[in-house]
Design a protein around this ligand. Sequence first.
Ligand SMILES: NC(=O)c1ccc[n+]([C@@H]2O[C@H](COP(=O)([O-])OP(=O)(O)OC[C@H]3O[C@@H](n4cnc5c(N)ncnc54)[C@H](OP(=O)(O)O)[C@@H]3O)[C@@H](O)[C@H]2O)c1
Length: 240
Amino acid sequence: MSNRRDWPHVRLMMATTLDGKIATSRREAARFGSPEDARRLETQVAWADVLLFGAATLRAYGTTYRVRREALLRLRQRRRKPPQPVTAVVTSSLDLPLEMPFFARQDVPRVIITTESEKDRATVQFCGLAEVIARGASAVDWNAVLAEFKTRGLKRVLLLGGGHLNAELLSLGCVDEVCVTVSPFVFGGTDAPTIADGNLAAKHWRGEPQLRTSKLVGEEVFCTYRFRKRSPINSSVRTQ
Ligand SMILES: NC(=O)c1ccc[n+]([C@@H]2O[C@H](COP(=O)([O-])OP(=O)(O)OC[C@H]3O[C@@H](n4cnc5c(N)ncnc54)[C@H](OP(=O)(O)O)[C@@H]3O)[C@@H](O)[C@H]2O)c1
């Protein structure tokens, strides 16, 4: 088991409605944040070395985020970082259509995270399009994946959902910070996703989140919570 010191800093960023939903029950791409939310998101993308998505989120959006603002591109250059962070997507089905705009971008380094049992299939399927990182025999070993990021100098992970992946990493104690945008919408729907879906979060929740910042801008509230330090984890779980 690797040590927490081997992990990068993991910052979770999500937008939620007043009733705690991150999308409607159709689970389509969530685009209800304001221009201010989009501006803050791009700032966080520029902060990151890695953007981490669950496969269902990538399937919903079809693409990833990029740094576009000149000032942020210059900031990354000053910090000796490549213009765009790596986008890493976790999947076991490998059901990621290659026609998605995500795979057409020339300027975005792509990583597919999967299990060792899917490694050969993934290597063939994503050849020339994405690097494959396979850790864990039949379930992804997050300790090993996070340690691999750190070894490569990827010290800042921006976790961008969706609910199942968030729940998994929250329940394992991998998340250092949570940035939440509360937007003035009510979606309803018992099947609509939330920030932490799946069955494990309540049972395995660790650390008490502490409110660090909150800001009201227009009709939205932007909050940042930090988690206390946690112990090393047994890191192969799935929430679905
Ligand atoms: N409001 C917001 O800020 C926001 C942000 C992001 C997403 N969303 C919304 O969230 C919804 C998607 O969330 P979701 O909870 O349904 O799905 P998700 O967390 O995005 O993705 C779940 C999928 O990720 C893969 N996965 C997760 N953990 C894995 C592991 N340990 N090993 C292997 N694969 C793993 C699996 O993919 P395979 O099925 O391919 O095996 C799994 O089905 C969408 O509606 C999206 O719009 C909202």
